[in-house]
Write a protein that binds this ligand. Structure first.
Ligand code: NAD
Ligand code: DAU
Length: 351
């Protein structure tokens, strides 16, 4: 069946991979990428699909309910994949309200517009909310996050995502909006904005700048290649059960310091630098306040019910990611000029 799919946040990191996958894989779908292009949104992420006949872009803020409604009517939107968000934990510590506006109020706007436009035949539609494992809080040395782990968010970012997840649940229970949610672990890959650990450190290694490891570097994350997340999103969108949540993760836990050392040695090889040179850039800096010790996802439900499993190893994904950054210097240069320099200065070299 032909669908008219609204993808919010499609100019961001994960959203651009989802838009690319859907535009290429589903030529009979109309794909509308709705994004207000914050510092994290970049149409250069989608140059290869921008001319496709089934692709449309709308520069709209999800805080603007009137403009959202116009887009629903203009394209006869049948389905939503909601990825638009403020996504960086460090920025949420500095400006929590920005996260409340976009992640909470923006999501509720979108839920309202979908509910009103679909009220005569809810069952033929789908509202898919893409969320994070950070809503579950932090783990100790043992255990995994499952779909039934109680929410316990610790940062303003994760609190805003948890709130948006609760609103999605409430719209399903109260108005029978056909919703589905997935909560994913840390993504990495091409087009990742260099404020997050992996792309920031790749950029700094290229320029021989210090690598700022927070605290003792013993924090643990579960890393997933972004194209595998996009494949999971495709499956959940088409086959996930309405009202359900699916956890998505890489089965791939790394302590930050071990990951950084692996990244340094891969980059030394690729840049023809002496072994050990990049690791000398490692600099321990002041910790992130409220820093969650460990995230790790139990992704067995999506594996069992939808047959999803990561397709690449971490070493393969990381190698492809580094190669992409080394061949896309112009992209990196463009996103690290201007405001990025001010952000970096304030974040890492405060007066
Ligand atoms: P990102 O920051 O790279 O991209 C966010 C996109 O949303 C940008 O294109 C931005 O312009 C757009 N946007 C922000 N505010 C908007 C607004 N008010 N109106 C319209 N557009 C707006 O984020 P990402 O890393 O691609 O994450 C996408 C989604 O996936 C988020 O909801 C995030 O919480 C979730 N998620 C991310 C990860 C991860 O590791 N990056 C993991 C799990 C879940
Ligand atoms: O778990 C999913 C989440 O992963 C997503 O919901 C978020 O949108 C995404 O940003 C990511 O959050 P993290 O806080 O885990 O990612 P980040 O890349 O910011 O940090 C990863 C780890 O590296 C974390 O323990 C903090 C540490 N770190 C990060 C930066 C930017 C450093 O040590 N130094 C740094 O400069």
């Amino acid at each position: 069946m032909s669908k008219h799919v609204l993808i919010t946040g499609g100019a961001g990191f994960i959203g651009s991979h989802v838009v690319r996958l859907f535009v290429n894989k589903y030529p009979r779908y109309t794909i509308v990428n709705l994004d207000c292009l914050t510092y994290a949104g970049n149409l250069a992420n989608l140059q290869d699909v921008a001319g496709a006949s089934n692709y449309y872009f709308e520069k709209v803020n999800i805080l603007d309910a009137v403009a959202l409604n116009e887009v629903f009517i203009r394209y006869g939107i049948t389905d939503v994949l909601h990825l638009a968000a403020e996504s960086h934990v460090d920025r949420s510590i500095v400006s929590p309200l920005d996260f409340v506006y976009t992640n909470v109020i923006g999501t509720v706007n979108l839920l309202n517009v979908a509910k009103e436009n679909w009220k005569s035949n809810m069952d033929t539609h789908r509202f898919y909310h893409i969320s994070t494992d950070e809503v579950y809080g932090t783990l100790g040395a043992e255990g995994l996050f499952t779909e039934t782990t109680p929410y316990s968010p610790n940062s303003p970012y994760s609190a805003s995502k948890a709130s948006s997840d609760h609103f999605v649940r409430a719209y399903h229970e109260t108005y029978h909006l056909p919703t589905v949610v997935s909560n994913c672990s840390n993504n990495y890959g091409p087009y990742h904005f260099p404020e997050k650990l992996i792309p920031l450190f790749i950029n700094n290694i290229i320029h021989k700048k210090p690598l700022p490891v927070y605290g003792d570097g013993l924090y643990t994350r579960d890393w997933l290649f972004v194209k595998d997340h996009a494949r999971a999103i495709d499956l959940v969108f088409h086959q996930g059960k309405i009202g359900e949540t699916y956890n998505v993760g890489g089965f791939n836990e790394w302590k930050n310091i071990d990951l950084v050392k692996l990244l340094c040695s891969l980059m030394d090889e690729k840049l023809n630098r002496p072994a050990g040179e990049s690791a000398q850039l490692i600099t321990y800096v002041k910790d992130r306040p409220g820093h969650d010790l460990r995230y790790a996802i139990d992704a067995n439900k999506i594996n069992r019910e939808l047959g999803w499993y990561p397709s690449v190893t971490f070493e393969e994904g990381l190698s492809e990611t580094i190669d992409w950054y080394l061949s896309n210097g112009e992209w990196l240069q463009q996103v690290t000029s201007g405001d990025y320099q001010n952000y970096y200065q304030k974040m890492y070299n405060p007066a």
